[in-house]
Design a protein around this ligand. Structure first.
Ligand code: ADP
Ligand code: ZN
Ligand code: ZN
Length: 742
């Protein structure tokens, strides 16, 4: 023991969840060093200022960066083994450097919420019921006067491997009856940890379809390279059978004892997707997404960390899930912007996953019908294998896209005559129409007819959206909500009217036009409750004719076999955006929504309503498809020195005061620019497009360079400078590496 003490370094470097880009030194008290082997990745309680904090050991050290007299001892050790494995610790350290983000915040982000709060990293236990030998052989007739005990015992007799308390309550067995049986010595209870669950669903493992030649080629490539790091871009039109391809590869890896991480966009995990995995794999699948309770997330995390879970399906934060036998990472809908965290630690889960796979020497598969320009560039430059699927799987065909010229036409509730006529025909054929409008609520603006007053958010520079059904005005930027007004606060006139349309209004209006047709709206408002989406999709499958109205939520991953007509109400939205990514996003959205049409046997048709039918972008998207469109777009990005050809960092500052943020960034530029390498370009500071959001005035500065190294260096200087200068002020700053929004 004393020998161990001699060899143990006397200091630990601890990451704390504080906005400082540094580690903190603590001493290891002898009492702790004698009894435990401290390792990086374990949690410790440490004194911090006047309080105590939970932190994570990043390193053991012989030296400390402070006066040893001042260094305090840690208070207690929280774990017997690391909660951040060496592999994940290295990933966190890389991410903190790459994204110039405080290491403590990165590490805490990588942990499930309950572990951040100090919960033990242990499975919860649950009581299981077993029969005693007497209980097993007892004739149930003998309990005929206690029917509830009879039911209970019968159920447990039928489960020789035990019946969990959870299963008992699902079967509606009375707990009191169980206790009575226990007292009679017929049953016994035993606590078991959650991971031994063993309540397998009855699997009806499905016979997979025969792959078509394109799918076959992709699958063979992926299988050939399945034991080493490489990135493949599975670029397949909607419905081309991409999922089928990666299911095949996963099957093989799981047979080989590997775990597979499948990442899906924030709202892309449909009940349909999960079902498809469950039908296909007779193995443990865990989910990790924001709609789960903290305890459920910790359980999923533990199941992955223990190696039990073979398939982990999760959203962005699952990029950090521990998995000792990780054999592949799949990123479905890789173009989706929800993979990038837009506040705090602004990482991109795709890029992080690629880094992680490289370290682990395992493959990454990126799948999309509309690959991001970044991934397309990597494919064009042969850093990624480019696997193309250009045919729809089975008997389905790619839908035809038709532009509807809105110029000079009279519209009915925003629909052209042609759109309404096509809808009517489609519904008469007992098929379904999907109407896409990327604006939820009833109307984006409420205005006064007498004085022109507009309902605006008190905290942001935006108008409030009218939600008629909820009787509210809602700010979609800061979530402020108010009761819907009926008189003008400026002139007391009662002549308030709405301008523009949202999904809620379209729903109301279509229900008067198509009285007997079921109309289903799918947007963030209609799917707030946990099972709402499942119920809606269930309904869609139940009806033959129906109108579905939705926002971009509808674009993601859904398979509605009876949708044969898609109407894009406003193809121009996003086309003229000030963001250079506007075109890319619009094309992705339109292509994805259009891809919902004709996914089964019936052919699909897409109508794009536009005031710019001759616009080169709309024309090329309709006639030549996404790949052509994107390759033209990339040529333009290159000529304008924009990402992905140039690397970019945006530094954001915000303050309650109108000028402060702008002044801070100006001062920073003045101080530092002379020290930057020549190839670093700065633009700004300039005001954010929506200057004031949630009461904060926002300014930003953009930094660009063709190479990462000088950009990284400049960003490091900026980060140091800002950390020093904002210590005294109430200005917040954020560094956004590879930003996706301006
Ligand atoms: P994607 O992921 O590209 O949108 P999916 O893998 O979901 O495509 O496939 C679309 C539909 O076609 C699914 O219903 C799937 O079961 C079916 N499918 C996929 N591959 C084949 C195939 N080779 N033969 C017949 N049907 C297929
Ligand atoms: Zn008024
Ligand atoms: Zn607001």
């Amino acid at each position: 023991m004393s020998e161990a003490l001699l060899t143990l370094p006397p200091y630990i470097k601890v990451a704390l969840p504080v906005p400082m880009r540094t580690l903190f030194d603590y001493k290891v008290p002898k009492a702790i060093a004698l009894r435990h082997e401290l390792k990086p990745g374990m949690r410790v309680k440490v004194p911090f200022g006047k309080s105590s904090r939970l932190g994570v050991i990043v390193a053991l050290s012989d030296t400390c960066d402070w006066d040893p007299e001042q260094v305090k001892p840690l208070t207690s050790l929280q774990d017997e083994s690391p909660v951040i494995t060496a592999e994940l610790m290295a990933l966190c350290e890389w991410a903190a450097r790459y994204y110039h983000h405080p290491i403590g915040d990165v590490i805490f982000h990588a942990l499930p919420v309950l572990l951040r709060k100090g919960e033990n990293a242990e499975f919860r236990t649950e009581n299981w019921w077993f029969t005693t030998p007497q209980g097993q052989s007892l004739d149930l007739e003998q309990l005929s006067r206690a029917p509830r005990q009879q039911d209970f015992l019968k159920a447990v007799q039928q489960h020789p491997n035990g019946l969990s308390q959870h299963a008992a309550s699902v079967l509606d067995l009375a707990p009191a009856a169980g206790k009575s049986l226990e007292e009679k010595g017929l049953l016994r209870r035993e606590p078991r940890s959650f991971n031994k669950g063993g309540e397998k669903h009855a699997h009806q493992t499905q016979v997979p379809p025969t792959l078509n030649p394109e799918q076959m080629r992709a699958t063979e490539h992926l299988l050939d390279y399945r034991h080493q790091f490489n990135v493949s871009l599975l670029d397949g039109v909607t419905g081309s059978g991409k999922t089928e391809v990666f299911l095949r590869v996963m099957e093989r890896l799981i047979e080989e004892g590997k775990q597979v991480l499948v990442m899906v966009p924030e709202i892309g995990l449909t009940p349909q997707t999960l079902k498809r995995f469950e039908i296909r794999f007779n193995t443990d699948i865990v989910l990790m997404h924001s709609n789960m309770s903290d305890r459920e997330r910790l359980d999923a995390w533990l199941l992955a960390a223990s190696g039990h879970a073979k398939i982990i399906i999760g959203t962005r934060s699952a990029a950090f899930i521990p998995a000792p036998n990780l054999g592949m990472i799949v990123i479905d809908e890789e173009h989706d912007t929800s993979y990038k965290q837009h506040e705090g630690f602004r990482y991109h889960a795709r890029d992080l996953a690629i880094k992680r796979a490289q370290t682990l020497n395992v493959p990454v598969l990126l799948a999309s019908a509309t690959p991001s320009y970044e991934s397309l560039t990597n494919a064009l430059q042969k850093r990624f294998a480019w696997l193309k699927l250009r045919q729809r799987a089975g008997n389905a065909h790619i839908p035809e896209m038709e532009r509807v010229d809105l110029r000079g036409k009279s519209l009915v509730h925003g629909f052209s005559e042609q759109a309404l006529a096509s809808m009517k025909l489609c519904l008469e054929r007992k098929e379904q129409v999907l109407v896409f409008l990327n604006r939820r609520g009833y109307a984006p603006t409420l205005m006064c007819h007498q004085c022109g007053w507009i309902a605006a958010c008190d905290h942001c520079d935006v108008n409030l959206t009218v939600h008629k059904r909820a009787n509210k005005l809602h700010c979609h930027h800061c979530d402020t909500q108010k009761a819907l007004l009926h008189t003008c606060p400026e002139c007391q006139s009662e002549e308030l009217f709405t301008v523009g349309e949202g999904t809620e209004q379209i729903e109301t209006q279509l229900s008067t036009l198509f009285k007997d047709v079921p109309i289903l709206r799918i947007d963030r408002d209609s799917t707030q409750r946990k099972s709402a989406m499942a119920k809606l999709t269930q309904k869609i499958h139940e009806h033959d004719q129906a109108i579905l109205i939705g926002t971009q939520m509808l674009a993601k991953g859904h398979h509605f076999p009876n949708v044969t007509l898609v109407i894009i109400m406003d193809a121009d939205a996003g086309l003229f955006s000030s963001d250079f990514r506007g075109m890319e996003r619009t094309a992705q959205l339109i292509t994805q929504v259009a891809g919902r049409a004709g996914r089964a046997k019936k052919p699909g048709h897409v109508l794009l309503q536009t005031y710019h039918p001759d616009h080169a972008a709309i024309e090329s998207l309709c006639n030549l498809g996404y790949e052509h469109f994107a390759i033209d777009g990339l040529a333009e990005r290159k000529s304008l020195a924009l990402p992905p050809f140039y690397h970019q960092v945006i530094v954001r500052a915000e303050s309650g005061n109108e000028q402060e943020a702008m002044q801070l960034l100006s001062a920073m530029r003045n101080d530092l620019e002379p020290h930057f390498a020549k190839e670093v370009y700065l633009v700004g500071p300039y005001a954010a497009i929506i200057v004031r959001k949630a009461g904060q005035h926002r300014a930003l500065i953009s930094i660009k360079a063709a190479n990462r190294a000088p950009l990284h260096q400049a960003t490091q200087m900026i980060s140091d400078w800002l950390e020093l200068s904002t210590r005294q002020h109430r200005i917040r700053f954020a560094i956004d590496v590879d930003p996706l929004e301006t």
